[in-house]
Design a binder for this molecule. Structure first.
Ligand code: R5P
Length: 294
């Protein structure tokens, strides 16, 4: 097996090569004078190639690099697996308003067209829309590893899911932490403002509440949940996001809401958090895929 690290592999390519005892090479990406991307592959030495490229900001550049690389490998006849730790464009999984393009569907079609046979990704926003890909898909759930790594940081933990999407993830995390779990039902309006539609109880008094979510982007969801936890008597609030996108004022919002610590994974680079490496989880997913294929 040969691992090919893209420019947005976030070190996961190195972790995978170590875990899977595979060769590691880098994809070379430069730009033409007009700004177009030029990708050059190393020698393809194996009939099983794993491209590692996350698709955080700048999403289009990172996605396009991956598509160009996969398409170029196609000629070598190697079987291609794409590891996309953070899968961009997955949140637009339906037309919320008439005429909106369903971006995840387009991305899946593009990936398939380049000859990628299997896809490994970490906590996509929803798994259902990925099925358009058509090939094998391995969805990694990183919340267990993330919860394991926060275990020693919280004296009296309690897990809060800030919305329905985060319920399964948060329940899994609460199981690892051996603590109570509750959730909120969130509403987001057309302008992106969030509010609590419904709360579902929970004994917050004196607890070290940790809010688990798949993505922390603008920070509005965590801000809302953190303020709720404190209003219910929490002693401290931390936030754990699988993908720390952290756009604009997100860090500021969390700080102002009293979030004391941020935990995340290396699917997206973010320096101001305690980061858990998900390479082992992804390597396990690649092994599962290999067993299915053989
Ligand atoms: C939404 O359903 C997701 O699970 C996250 O809660 C959301 O993407 C977080 O976004 P933001 O940080 O912008 O509120």
């Amino acid at each position: 097996m040969q691992i090919l690290g893209g420019t947005a592999s976030n070190g996961i390519d190195i972790g995978l090569a170590r875990e899977l005892d595979a060769d590691l090479d880098k994809i070379e990406t430069t730009r033409f004078p007009d700004g177009e991307i030029k990708v050059r592959l190393p020698d393809i030495k194996s009939d099983k190639v794993v491209i590692v490229q996350s698709t955080q900001y700048p999403q289009e550049k990172n996605l396009f690099e991956l598509l160009l690389a996969a398409d170029a490998i196609k000629d070598s006849k190697a079987q291609i697996t794409a590891v996309i730790p953070y899968l961009a464009y997955a949140r637009q999984n339906k037309s919320f308003y008439t005429g909106e393009a369903v971006s995840i569907s387009t991305i899946m079609s593009l990936l398939k067209s380049t000859g990628i046979k299997s896809l490994v990704t970490v906590n996509p926003h929803r798994s259902g829309p990925l099925m358009n890909f058509g090939g094998k898909i391995e969805v990694i759930r990183a919340e267990m590893s993330l919860a394991q790594s926060v275990k020693d940081s919280l004296a009296r933990p309690m897990v809060l899911a800030p919305d329905i999407v985060g319920v399964e993830l948060s329940k899994n995390a609460a199981q690892i932490l051996g603590c109570e779990f509750t959730y909120l039902d969130k509403n987001r309006d057309a302008y992106g403002n969030v509010s609590i539609k419904q709360e579902h109880g929970g004994d917050f008094a004196g607890k070290d509440v940790i809010i688990f979510d798949d993505i922390i982007s603008s920070g509005s969801t965590i801000e809302l949940a953190a303020r709720h936890a404190y209003s219910m008597g929490a002693a401290s609030v931390s936030a754990a996001g699988i993908h720390l996108i952290m756009v604009g004022e997100a860090a500021e919002k969390l700080k102002n809401a009293g979030v004391q610590r941020i935990f995340g994974t290396n699917t997206v680079p973010y320096e101001k958090a305690q980061i858990t490496d998900v390479s082992k989880d992804i390597a396990e997913g690649i092994r599962r895929l290999a067993r299915e294929i053989s």
